[in-house]
Structure formats: C-alpha cells, structure tokens
Design a protein around this ligand. Structure first.
Ligand code: VGL
Ligand code: ZN
Length: 196
C-alpha cells in the first residue's frame, strides 16, 4: 500500500487549534486561521479511510496563574481553562468522537508538547495512543515553532513515525525564520513533511 495512504492504525493529532491562536485572539499566530480548511480536509480523509476515525485534538489549557504567562514567562495570558479563547476554532470539523488532550494544566508547566497532556480520564497521550493501537501519527495545527514542533519531536522520541501536514501548520515567528528552523529540525528528527 502507498506509504502516504491513511492506514487503519494511523492517528491524526490536531495541535491547539484554539481561538486565542487565531487572528484576534490573545496570542494570534499569523495566518493561524489558514490551518482550519486544510485540517477539515484531512479530517474528511480520515473519516473516509477509517470506520472509527482516530482523531486527537490537543488544547492548551492553562490556569490563570500559569508561570508560562508574563511576567514569570514569555507569553501574554492565553487559553485559560474554561474561557472563550481556550475553545477550539468553531469551524474545525472535529468528529464527535475526537479525543481531547489537555496540556499546560498546571501553573508550573508550559505544556508545549501534546505528549505532556492527558485525555479526559487522565491518561497521558502516549499511553492513550498505545491503548488505541496507533502505529503512526499525522500532525498539524498551531504553532509550527512551539507546540507542533514539541509534539512532533516527542512523538519521534516515543518512536512513532510522523507525517507532518505541511499545509495545515503556521508559525508564531517570534524571531523571523523560526518556522523554517523548526521544519529543518523536525526533518532531521525523521519527520516526513507532506502536502496534499
Ligand atoms: C503555543 C506558545 C504558547 C502553541 C502555546 O500552541 O504553539 N505557543 N503556548
Ligand atoms: Zn500556552
């Protein structure tokens, strides 16, 4: 079978497509809303390829006193638990059975990687993926140079093959070139960047 075809044991990890990371949000990623349409197309492909689509959606889910926020950390407050800015993008077509992975939930952690997060039952993402029999991950979302980067690197460290959805990621670019540098680092780590 063609390597790029979606297999029964593939999982789709959608990283942090939340309102605060979209234009107008508290930590807007330039062009961040541009990931929604391509992600919806990937979700549709998973739904077509799998009887029960295996879709995981991570969310930044910080407490208001997170040390990830200024002045202790680098960021303006964003994705505070239960606030409108922490909600998933309204037009993201997540299947009802999508598994939500919350991360950065403690005040003393950044939680850049979805692998620092847990499902609703408290199961860490890596354990959940093993339970679900996921053999390979397709990853897209926000932001290329932070949470997508950290999640894809962690997936590789855990041993999963990773297909990065090149059309469904956008970078913060706190420093110009951060997005490209992240992509180069990910390729060196064995991540395959795909565009449809
Ligand atoms: C993220 C910065 C701070 C991300 C989260 O989702 O990439 N970036 N918190
Ligand atoms: Zn954050």
């Amino acid at each position: 079978m063609e390597r790029r075809a979606i297999q029964a044991s593939d999982g789709l990890l959608i990283v942090d497509v939340q309102r605060d990371f979209l234009p107008g949000g508290a930590l807007a990623v330039p062009g961040g809303d541009g990931v929604v349409a391509p992600l919806n197309a990937w979700i549709a492909r998973f739904r077509a390829a799998q009887a029960q689509p295996r879709v995981y959606a991570s969310r930044d889910w910080h407490p208001p006193n997170s040390r990830h926020f200024r002045p202790a950390g680098p960021w303006p407050p964003h994705c505070v638990q239960g606030t409108p800015g922490a909600a998933f993008a309204a037009n993201l077509a997540q299947p009802p059975a999508a598994i939500v992975i919350s991360k950065g939930t403690r005040a003393d952690e950044d939680g850049y990687s979805a692998f620092d997060g847990r499902d609703a039952a408290g199961t860490p993402l890596a354990e959940r993926l093993r339970q679900d029999g996921i053999a390979r991950l397709w990853i897209g979302g926000l932001a290329t140079d932070y949470c997508v980067r950290a999640s894809a690197l962690a997936a590789r460290q855990h041993g999963w093959p990773v297909m990065l959805l090149g059309d469904a990621i956008r970078a913060v670019e706190a420093q110009a070139g951060d997005g490209e540098r992240a992509l180069a680092e990910l390729r060196r780590a064995g991540v395959q960047v795909v565009t449809e």
